[in-house]
Every structure is written in structure tokens, then in C-alpha cells.
Design a protein around this ligand. Structure first.
Ligand SMILES: Nc1nc2c(c(=O)[nH]1)N[C@H]1C(S)=C(S)[C@@H](COP(=O)(O)OP(=O)(O)OC[C@H]3O[C@@H](n4cnc5c(=O)[nH]c(N)nc54)[C@H](O)[C@@H]3O)O[C@H]1N2
Ligand SMILES: Nc1nc2c(c(=O)[nH]1)N[C@H]1C(S)=C(S)[C@@H](COP(=O)(O)OP(=O)(O)OC[C@H]3O[C@@H](n4cnc5c(=O)[nH]c(N)nc54)[C@H](O)[C@@H]3O)O[C@H]1N2
Ligand code: SF4
Ligand SMILES: [Mo]
Length: 685
């Protein structure tokens, strides 16, 4: 078909709207200039991805009863019957479902309706547990509801752009371009980066605070205490619109400023600069992502960061605000439909009886069909597979073998003879390779639906090509299985009908979109900013300060902090972007980033093969030099041949149950010198 199709990018949470020119089976990807959120900008990932949409695609369901046997191809009819039989033959407590922020809203909604409504279990989680769970909890604690409070336009007139634990130059490129555009238009704009690594974002900033990993809470407490000492907190705003300041401050001023800053391994000049900026009247927009979310004290890091904005009256257009960056393209939509183990559509909660009742009525279910108990999280589910309490796992649009902490533990659970593993994916991912049943899906460019981006902007996605013969859309699969199980309420003729059913569950809720027309859907729920009237979604209608418990990480002698994160061109476990030559340029091989001086002191050089290890195991990686805080290393986690999560223990934040995936303690030693190493050309092992 020769035509132009409006759709959305399937990669990061920036959520760019795209316009695809289709001509004789080739796709030219451009930005959709008519979209108010991303204004026609885009990066190279979707442009290049469009060249390899058909690479390695699954086209028929695969099945084996015994995981040690090879797969054989089966019909969809048989696949659905096998799936339904396995679901109905087990008690609902033994079922578990694992979804993804890369699914479309309609798909996540259907799964939620099937699992929480019809099957009556909340044993469902999404990879948002590894990504945004911490930010969700922090938003609820401070503002009373999930939902990022600001919008991208706040970048355009910000005087200070404070980025902590986020590398948007790689992970949110279009947003980063918007930041650089602001700087270009107003050179006095200050870009400040708090990150143990001198990332590309830090390299383009005005000030890099290369703090020691894990010292964020110490830093934010220290800045808060110093602002107070200098009389620079906005006491009128604090009094008028917030609660909990005094208690929070008491904790923050405990440690003397100099001592706290020294323990973050930062200079007093840099810390004072941060205090000065918060003390000024300048508009500050604060952006953060996984450097604050994926930690054992992730919620505390989020709260500590947000406290600085609350304390200086920064929750508005004039003085700025904190804006949490979302990772996946539709993690926001998934949160709105309530796909995490405690949620229900419209930001509802399974623990609330009226929330349950509304959904039960909407779904024509009997009262008490929805369970009031919060389901277990994915890392708990992995434990419960090992103890045989979970015996069925259906994984959709995520590759947990490589992305959950402790790969060996996950592997042992997934290969268990007693677990029936279903994987729904468009390619044979590493997780799919361990399954009993593989369901081939349509993918980006082949599906109809909607997505919400990081600034709460909802847009439609449309197909611009047909899926390979034999692949079904995720929505289709859920509806077919539901019908096979004998449930009614899954007879939709198109995704409009699904959305129209879902949107009524948002009526009167924070994420209200009930008046929106599907065909013209292009809408920022909540308006430009949330809470601009200083009325918050908490019980008292006031924003809540929370005291921060600081924790300083302690390293043993010879230990390093291994930071894990992304590469610039690849997407997570590379199942799709790994098929595109242009996106593999400079990123074909995994690597370990180290400070040159530390490597030299250990007799290592660039290109040498190192062994990094800890209690969980070891991995071999070639060395690259970079600039990091002392005793820090970095390795990208997505390379299947060197699964970094082999070295990440399961340690979860106690409030969000998000895993501390951002770092692990390791030692590093040399395995082999690079071949052309001038002093030694042979392997020492
Ligand atoms: N190219 C590309 N883009 C992506 C993705 C991808 O796979 N590839 N994935 C998307 C997804 S799902 C997500 S969640 C986002 C993630 O986006 P980001 O969070 O920006 O990316 P990360 O690389 O995970 O880590 C961010 C930064 O946190 C820093 N950090 C580590 N420890 C600390 C600490 O203790 N304190 C502070 N302040 N910083 C710390 C790291 O050094 C790193 O630079 O990216 C999205 N965009
Ligand atoms: N150490 C460490 N670990 C991490 C992180 C980290 O920073 N450090 N980050 C965490 C974060 S923030 C995230 S978001 C996760 C990401 O982790 P995952 O979601 O597990 O990783 P992906 O590679 O994005 O997996 C997506 C899967 O969906 C498939 N897929 C693509 N399109 C479709 C579709 O339309 N339908 C279906 N059914 N399948 C499809 C792809 O082929 C792929 O197998 O990783 C987490 N793990
Ligand atoms: S910035 Fe993110 S959403 Fe926009 S085109 Fe790039 S990957 Fe896609
Ligand atoms: Mo993520």
C-alpha cells in the first residue's frame, strides 16, 4: 500500500508521534509535525528499525509439553485450547501473568480485565516493576496520585534543567534535543547533571556532579538543610500547600553540610552552586529516571529529589517542577489501566471496595469477583515458582530471563518441569526459548491502538504494514483465550470498541479521557500541569513532605560499584534493534567502562578482557575507558551473550518492590591482554 500513516514510536517514553510514508513495501519514517507533544521530532531508532521489521519473525505457535524436547509447530486452534486448558486446570493462586510497558493501552486493558476481573487473581505484574514502580509510589506519597506533574513545554522556558540519574542524550534523545535547543536559544540556561558517570548528557552540561553511587539521599538532604539554614525555603508555600516539612527538615539537618557533601564525594563549590540555584527565583525543571528509581532506597531517592522542589515552592509553571521521565513507550498507559499487581483501570486500587465494585459492574461481573488482595510482584513470583506455588506463567512483550535480577535464579525457575511457561512475543526471545508454548504476535507497525507518553499525552497508533502470516495481535490473542475459557465480554470488532469500554472507567478520575473520540485521539489528560491550583490528590489536599533516611554505601577494599544501564542505539535485550546494522554501529559488542587511571593502576588497557565477579558469578567483558566517579564501572545490561543481571542480586526497595538493578558490587581482574597490547601480547590465562 502506498500511503502515509500516522503512528507512534515503539521505543522510549518520550513518545514521539511519527508519520510513515509507505511506498512499495519500504517505509520512510518521519516525525509527525501536527503532534503538539513531540512536534515532529524523532531520533534514529524508529527510522532504522523500519528496515528490519520482518527479521526473525515468529509465524506459528510453538509447543512442547516437556521443556527438554524440541518445539513443534501447532495451529492457533490447538495453541488456544492448550493455553485455556492449562489456565483452567490450576487453582487461580497458581497462575501468574507478566506484562509490559511496551504493550498498547487496549492490550494492557484486556489483560487486566481478563486476569483481575474474570480470572479473579491479582497475580499480575509488568516490567514497570523494574522501571517506574518507585516513581509511582513516590508520586502517590507526595501528590496523592500517580501521574507525572509537568510537561515537556516546561523545558522550553526553564532557566535551570537539573537532570539526576538519567542520561537523556541516549535514553530520551528527542527530549534532550529540546533541552539543547533551549540552551541554544537562551545560553544562560544551566544544565546540571547528577550522575556517577560522565555521560554524554553530562558532557553537554554546564555542571556535572559526579556523586558516588547511592549517595543521592545524603545530597538532597544536605541541600534541603542548607536551603533552610540560609532562609531560602518558601515557607509561605510550605505552610499553605504542604504537610510534613518540619519532620523532614529535622532529618535533613542532622548531618553537617560539609560532612554530607564529602560523603557524596562532591566538592563544596559544586554543592553550593546547587544550593544557589534552588535559592534563586529561576525556573528549575528536574528530570530523573533509573538512577533514582532502580535502587534499594529508590523511593527515598525520589522523595529526596522532589522535597527540594516542594521546599522552594516549585510545582508550577513559573518556578518549575519535578518531571519524572518514563522509560517505555506506554508504561504510562499500563499504569492508567492498572496493570501492576495492585491496580485497576482509571488509577484504581484492588484494595478499595468501591474501586472494585465500579470495575465489576463495568465488566458485568458478580460482586466480589475481583480479589481485594494485592498480587505478588514478579520477583516474588519467581521465588514461588521455585517452591511450586506458581505453576503457570504467561509472559507477554518482555524478556525477563535477561532483565530480572539474578539471571541464574530466573533461569532455574523458568526451566522448572512443574512450570507451564507461555511466552507471547514477535521473535524467539531468550525467554521464549525456555517456554512450553510460544505465541507469535504482530508487532510495531502492524497493530492498532493508543499509547500515553511521559507527559500524559495520549496518541493513536495505526498499522502501516500487515503482520507476517500466522502472527496475531496481542489484543486478538487475549480475546481468543478469554472466549476459549468461556468468558463473555471479549467480543470486540475493533480496538475502538476496546478503548471506548476502557475510557468510561477513567470518567471522573485523574486520568479522565472519557470524552475523547478514538478516531481523533490526541490528548494530554490532566491538562498541561497537574495541581497548578495547589490542590493535591492526597486526603488532606496538601502535598506531603517525607523524611528521608540517608544511606551511604560502603565498599570493601578492591571493590567497585558496577553501574548498569543502556546503550545509545540498542533497545534493551536487542531482540529487534539487534537485527539492524546501523543500530549496531559501535554497539555490537558488550563492554566494561572504567576510569583510565584506575585501569592503568591495575595494569590494564583498553581492549583487554576483564573478569568481573561477585558472589553470584562472573562475566568476561572487554575494557573501554571513560570518566566515572572513583571506584565505579559501567556495563550495558542488554547483551544476551553477557547477561549483566547474572551479577545483580535480588534486592528490592521496601516501598515499591522495585529491584535495585542500577548497581552491584563487583571486583575486576584481568583475564587476557588485548592482542596488540605493546607490553604483553599473550593471554595470561
Ligand atoms: N537507547 C535506548 N533508550 C532507551 C531505552 C533503551 O533500552 N535504549 N530504554 C528506555 C527505558 S525502558 C528506560 S527505563 C529509560 C532509562 O533511561 P535512563 O534512566 O536515563 O538510563 P540508564 O542508562 O538506565 O541510567 C541512567 C543513569 O543513572 C545513573 N546512575 C547510576 N547510579 C546512580 C546513582 O546512584 N545516582 C544518580 N543520581 N545516578 C545514578 C547512571 O550512571 C546512568 O547514566 O531509557 C529508555 N530509553
Ligand atoms: N541491570 C539492569 N536491568 C534492567 C534495567 C537496568 O537498567 N539495569 N532496566 C530495567 C527496565 S527499566 C526495563 S523497562 C526492563 C526492560 O526489560 P524487557 O521488557 O524484558 O526487555 P525488552 O528487550 O524490551 O523485551 C521486550 C520483548 O517484547 C518483544 N516484543 C516487541 N514488540 C512486541 C509486541 O508488539 N508484542 C509482544 N507480545 N512482544 C513484543 C520483544 O521481542 C522482546 O522480547 O529491563 C529492566 N532490567
Ligand atoms: S526519542 Fe524515543 S520516542 Fe522519540 S523517536 Fe527516539 S526512541 Fe522514539
Ligand atoms: Mo524501563
Amino acid at each position: 500500500m502506498n500511503q502515509t500513516v500516522e503512528t507512534g514510536c515503539p521505543f522510549c517514553g518520550t513518545g514521539c508521534a511519527l508519520s510513515i510514508e509507505c511506498k512499495e513495501g519500504a517505509y520512510k519514517v518521519k516525525g509527525d509535525k501536527s503532534n503538539p507533544s513531540t512536534q515532529g521530532d524523532l531520533c534514529f531508532k524508529p527510522i532504522q528499525m523500519a528496515k528490519a521489521l520482518d527479521a526473525n519473525r515468529l509465524t506459528t505457535p510453538l509447543y512442547r509439553r516437556d521443556k527438554k524436547e524440541p518445539f513443534h509447530e501447532i495451529s492457533w486452534e490447538d495453541a488456544l485450547a492448550i493455553l485455556a486448558k492449562n489456565i483452567s486446570s490450576l487453582p487461580k493462586e497458581a497462575l501468574y501473568f507478566y506484562l509490559s510497558g511496551q504493550l498498547l493501552t487496549e492490550e494492557s486493558y484486556l489483560f487486566t480485565k481478563l486476569i483481575k476481573g474474570h480470572l479473579g487473581t491479582n497475580n499480575v505484574d509488568a516490567n514497570s516493576r523494574l522501571c517506574m514502580a518507585t516513581a509511582v509510589v513516590a508520586h502517590k506519597m507526595v501528590f496523592g496520585s500517580d501521574g507525572a506533574i509537568g510537561n515537556y513545554a516546561d523545558i522550553d522556558d526553564a532557566q535551570v534543567i537539573l537532570i539526576s540519574g538519567s542520561n537523556p542524550a541516549w535514553a530520551h534523545p528527542v527530549l534532550f534535543r529540546r533541552i539543547l535547543a533551549r540552551k541554544k536559544a537562551h545560553p544562560k540556561t544551566q544544565i546540571i547533571v547528577i550522575d556517577p558517570i560522565y555521560t554524554e548528557t553530562a558532557q553537554k552540561s554546564d555542571l556535572w556532579l559526579g556523586l558516588s553511587s547511592g549517595s543521592d539521599t545524603m545530597l538532597y538532604n544536605a541541600i534541603l538543610g542548607e536551603l533552610y539554614r540560609q532562609g531560602k525555603c518558601d515557607l509561605k508555600f510550605i505552610d499553605r500547600a504542604t504537610e510534613g516539612f518540619e519532620q523532614t527538615l529535622n532529618g535533613a539537618i542532622n548531618t553537617p553540610f560539609e560532612k554530607a557533601i564529602a560523603s557524596c564525594e562532591l566538592s563544596m563549590d559544586d554543592a553550593n552552586r546547587l544550593v544557589e540555584l534552588f535559592a534563586s527565583n529561576q525556573k528549575i525543571i528536574g528530570l530523573w529516571c533509573q538512577g533514582l528509581n532502580q535502587a534499594a532506597d529508590g523511593v527515598m531517592r525520589n522523595l529526596g529529589f522532589i522535597n527540594l522542589f516542594l521546599a522552594t515552592g516549585r510545582v508550577n509553571k513559573e518556578k518549575g517542577l519535578p518531571l519524572s521521565l518514563t522509560g517505555q513507550p506506554n508504561a504510562m498507559g499500563g499504569r492508567e489501566v492498572g496493570y501492576l499487581s495492585n491496580g485497576l483501570p482509571g488509577y484504581r486500587d484492588v484494595r478499595d471496595s468501591s474501586d472494585r465494585e465500579v470495575c465489576e459492574k463495568h465488566w458485568n461481573l458478580l460482586k466480589n469477583s475481583i480479589s481485594p488482595s494485592v498480587g505478588i510482584t514478579i520477583t516474588d513470583a519467581i521465588d514461588k515458582i521455585s517452591t511450586n506455588d506458581i505453576r503457570f506463567l504467561w509472559v507477554t512483550c518482555t524478556n525477563p530471563l535477561l532483565t530480572l535480577p539474578d539471571v541464574e535464579k530466573t533461569h532455574q525457575a523458568l526451566i522448572s518441569d512443574d512450570l507451564f511457561l507461555v511466552v507471547q512475543d514477535c521473535v524467539l526471545s531468550q525467554t521464549a526459548q525456555l517456554a512450553n508454548l510460544v505465541l507469535p504476535t504482530a508487532s510495531w507497525g502492524e497493530k492498532e491502538g493508543s499509547m500515553t507518553n511521559s507527559e500524559r499525552f495520549i496518541k493513536r497508533v495505526h498499522p502501516f504494514k500487515s503482520p507476517p502470516d500466522g502472527a496475531k495481535s496481542d489484543s486478538d490473542i487475549v480475546c481468543s483465550v478469554a472466549k476459549e475459557l468461556g468468558f463473555t465480554g471479549f467480543d470486540f470488532t475493533d480496538t475502538k470498541e476496546i478503548y471506548d469500554e476502557y475510557k468510561m472507567l477513567t470518567k471522573g478520575r485523574m486520568c479522565d479521557q472519557s470524552n475523547q473520540e478514538y478516531t481523533t485521539l490526541s490528548y494530554q489528560w490532566g491538562g498541561e500541569r497537574l495541581y497548578s491550583n495547589e490542590v493535591f490528590a492526597t486526603a488532606s489536599r496538601k502535598a506531603q513532605f517525607h523524611p528521608i533516611i540517608s544511606s551511604s554505601p560502603i565498599l570493601n577494599i578492591n571493590e567497585f560499584v558496577l553501574i548498569t544501564g543502556r546503550t545509545k542505539k540498542q533497545w534493551h535485550t536487542m531482540t529487534r534493534t539487534g537485527e539492524v546494522a546501523e543500530l549496531l554501529k559501535d554497539e555490537k559488542e558488550p563492554y566494561l567502562l572504567i576510569n583510565r587511571s584506575e585501569a592503568t593502576a591495575m595494569g590494564m588497557n583498553e581492549g583487554d578482557i576483564t573478569i568481573i565477579s561477585n558472589d553470584l558469578g562472573s562475566l568476561e567483558l572487554p575494557l573501554r575507558f571513560g570518566t566515572l566517579a572513583p571506584h565505579h564501572l559501567f556495563a550495558p545490561f542488554g547483551y544476551p551473550q553477557t547477561p549483566i543481571n547474572k551479577l545483580i542480586p535480588v534486592i528490592n526497595d521496601p516501598f515499591s518492590f522495585q529491584s535495585a538493578l542500577k548497581s552491584a558490587r563487583v571486583t575486576v581482574q584481568i583475564k587476557a591482554f588485548k592482542k596488540q597490547h605493546p607490553s604483553c601480547s599473550e593471554s595470561i590465562n
